[in-house]
Ligand binder design. Structure first.
Ligand code: NAP
Length: 256
């Protein structure tokens, strides 16, 4: 129970990697707050966790709306009194379109969720973490932060911006006890990959489903990042495909 007496806020927890991350932290004894627009999905996972004797709270949260983010953080603090670990995981892949065909409003909305949304969550959470003397922040990044892909200009630009936000935060929280990570989860079998496969637009969309990672792999790496064994990686973009990383995090080697 490495997370006993720790409160973990998972934003983007209604399904996929975020939902699985909430399950993994709860199984280690954490008080988990699951936040997303789809509060029904968060409630279903929270019920599952409680049914197994864990501690979980579901809250509605739209990272595109600062009032909604502030309210979600306030509910987490009301319930558990602190936030020790923030998993900043909300993200969208759409619009999938060339830069000369994408709808400008949809493109801006993607940045508003994937980049500015992550900032809003940090802005609302960091004061309480700093007051409490520290904590861990994991901004869920992507290989797309460093590699352009056809059809994904909004997603790649948003994740690249998020990677710089991670580095800026690491610089500015030195001395505050905050450990900051960007985390690239690999290609994971979630609804986002269903959308990507349906688009058929680039090489990622053609990866067969049986080659994708289960969401439990990145979830378990994030649990490991939240612990002291990962201190040497703080401030960096950590990729699940980094040599030796899976082994350090206690995962079996990936299939070739
Ligand atoms: P997913 O199944 O589509 O889940 C995305 C999550 O983000 C959902 O819980 C969704 O909840 C939430 N979300 C989206 N917009 C939101 C908003 N405005 N406010 C609050 N929550 C919002 O995708 P996933 O694959 O698990 O992705 C999770 C993270 O991993 C994302 O940041 C993604 O970019 C990153 N990632 C995924 C892969 C992959 O292969 N799957 C690879 C690299 C990086 P609601 O819709 O209910 O709000």
């Amino acid at each position: 129970m490495t997370m006993k007496d720790k409160c973990v806020l998972v934003v983007g927890a209604s399904r996929g990697i975020g939902a699985e991350t909430a399950r993994v932290f709860a199984a280690e004894g954490a008080d988990v707050v699951l936040a997303a627009r789809g509060v029904d999905g968060c409630e279903a996972v929270a019920r599952e966790i409680s049914g197994r004797g864990g501690s979980a709270l579901a809250v509605g949260c739209d990272v595109a709306d600062y009032g909604s983010v502030e309210a979600a953080v306030a509910r987490a603090l009301d319930a558990f009194g602190r936030i020790d670990v923030l998993i900043n995981n909300a993200g969208v892949i759409e619009p999938i379109a060339s830069p000369w065909e994408a709808d400008p409003d949809a493109w801006a909305r993607a940045i508003d969720i994937n980049l500015t949304g992550a900032f809003r969550v940090l802005r609302a959470t960091l004061p309480t973490m700093i007051d409490a003397g520290g904590g861990t922040v994991i901004n869920v990044s992507s290989g797309a932060a460093a590699s352009p892909r056809e059809g994904w200009s909004a997603y790649c630009a948003g994740k690249a911006g998020l990677a710089m936000l991670t580095r800026s935060l690491a610089l500015e929280t030195q001395g505050e006890g905050i450990r900051v990570f960007g985390f690239r989860p690999g290609v994971v079998d979630t609804d986002m990959q269903v959308t990507i496969r349906a688009s058929g637009i680039n090489e990622i969309s053609r990866i067969p489903r049986d080659r994708l990672l289960p969401a439990s792999d990145p979830a378990r790496v994030m649990l490991w990042l939240a612990g002291p064994e990962a201190d040497d990686l703080a401030g960096q973009e950590v990729d699940i495909r980094m040599p030796g990383l899976r082994e350090r995090a206690g995962l079996a080697p990936a299939h070739p």
